[in-house]
Design a protein around this ligand. Structure first.
Ligand SMILES: Cc1ncc(COP(=O)(O)O)c(C=O)c1O
Length: 392
């Protein structure tokens, strides 16, 4: 075997998922497929993005395609720091921000910077599929903690899993796949627990917040500001969803000014950005997003899609918590989630089984698709639900 055993395991696990999707498509008798599997938004970026991109290209200056400084352009980092200071009231400065290739790049440099081999990072199930791989990339060990039935953080369950070897807790707020948004109270309880455990074990436990969906919340729900609540925080942020530009690979890592040894931490993040192979975030995108800190896609487009889907699923008798954020719905599966997703596939409807996110008995719908796709799929969702009604 020419490849490593660990990578081989990953490839086999991923190909299982790909094979299943292919099988799902084949089992469908329907010509038209309604695909709700991917979080790759079909909504176009806002006009402000396109205009700024054009202006940056038209005003090009010599050297603008060279390597950027490792942590990113100063003016870009300044713009991000200004926005974070305004939100939190904390003294974020240029130095606290490292521009990265999306939230993914940010998470990887954070783990690289803080993890010693074998140290644990706690993640909350159901979770984004890639987290265990990112933790493993940097020698960490992933500990999975279950959340409550409404996907909020259960403090007792979390407390029971923190050990002297725990380096960090990773949260994702708003949450993929559940659509839940943790409240300030929930985060405060986590912060109190981490302070208590940090004191007990004599070392700081970090709270890392993946805020890839920060700009996608509904019904006036606001995201708690974790930097204000707990000093030992990192934010992994992204413009992928905010501006609907995931292919452009731009985001940042922000280190809380209150972290002990902040200077070493920033040096470590910058070093990690260099050695992980990204080198620095894309130069053109850094220049563009400098001007777009408060610009985002029109949230009413997602609100409308969420409402159409949720109202219909409620009528059909599906059981779920209406998402407060993201563009995912995570209903209970009326039967085994693999069986159910395969039944939906026969109707030409493709969704992800909950087990892909480590929560069996659920399935995930990504509604970042055209409205017509949602409308076309609804009767199929109804028919499959009706088929399993007697099983419940
Ligand atoms: C929870 C979560 N974090 C991070 C990412 C990756 O974001 P980025 O494109 O910024 O790397 C995704 C992408 O879907 C995600 O769902």
């Amino acid at each position: 075997m020419s490849i490593s055993r660990k990578v081989e395991e990953g490839v086999i696990a991923s190909s299982w998922a790909v094979r299943m999707f292919e099988d799902q498509s084949k089992t469908s008798q329907v010509k038209e497929i309604c695909d709700f599997r991917l979080g790759n938004p079909e909504i176009e970026p806002p006009a402000g993005f396109t205009e700024t991109l054009k202006a940056v290209v038209q005003n090009s200056s010599p050297g603008m395609h060279r390597y950027t400084p490792l942590a990113g352009y100063t003016e870009t980092r300044e713009a991000v720091a200004r926005a974070l200071s305004k939100e939190s009231g904390l003294p974020f400065h240029t130095k606290h921000i490292i521009m990265t290739a999306g939230a993914t790049g940010a998470l990887n440099i954070i783990f690289k910077a803080i993890l010693n081999p074998g140290e644990e990072v706690i993640i909350l199930a159901p979770h984004f599929v890639e987290y265990p791989y990112y933790i493993d990339n940097h020698g960490g060990v992933c500990t999975v903690v279950e959340t409550n039935s409404d996907f909020t953080i259960n403090i007792d369950t979390l407390a029971a899993k923190i050990t002297p070897n725990t380096r960090a807790i990773l949260i994702n707020n708003p949450n993929n796949p559940s659509g839940q948004v943790y409240t300030g109270e929930n985060i405060k309880a986590v912060a109190e627990l981490l302070s208590e455990k940090s004191q007990k074990f004599g070392r700081d436990i970090f709270l890392i917040s993946d805020e890839a969906y920060k700009f996608i919340t509904y019904d006036n729900v606001t995201l708690p500001n974790i930097s204000k609540i707990y000093p030992n925080t990192f934010i992994a942020a992204s413009y992928s969803k905010q501006l609907s530009i995931p292919g452009e690979r731009i985001g940042y890592a922000a280190a809380n000014p209150g972290i002990k040894d902040i200077h070493e931490v920033i040096e470590a993040l910058t070093f990690a950005n260099r050695i992980l192979g990204y080198l620095s975030a894309p130069a053109l995108m850094q220049r563009v997003i400098t001007h777009l800190q408060e610009t985002s896609i029109d949230i009413t487009e997602y609100t409308e899609r969420r409402n159409i889907f949720c109202n219909a699923l409620e009528d059909f008798g599906y059981s779920f918590t209406r998402p407060k954020g993201t563009y995912y719905i995570f209903p209970k599966s009326p039967t085994d989630d693999l069986v159910f997703t395969q039944e939906l596939a026969k109707e030409g409807i493709l969704v992800n089984p909950g087990r892909n996110f480590r929560r069996k008995g659920y399935f995930r719908i990504a509604f970042c698709v055209k409205k017509e796709t949602i409308e076309k799929s609804l009767q199929g969702f109804k028919r499959v639900k009706d088929r399993f009604r007697s099983a419940e």
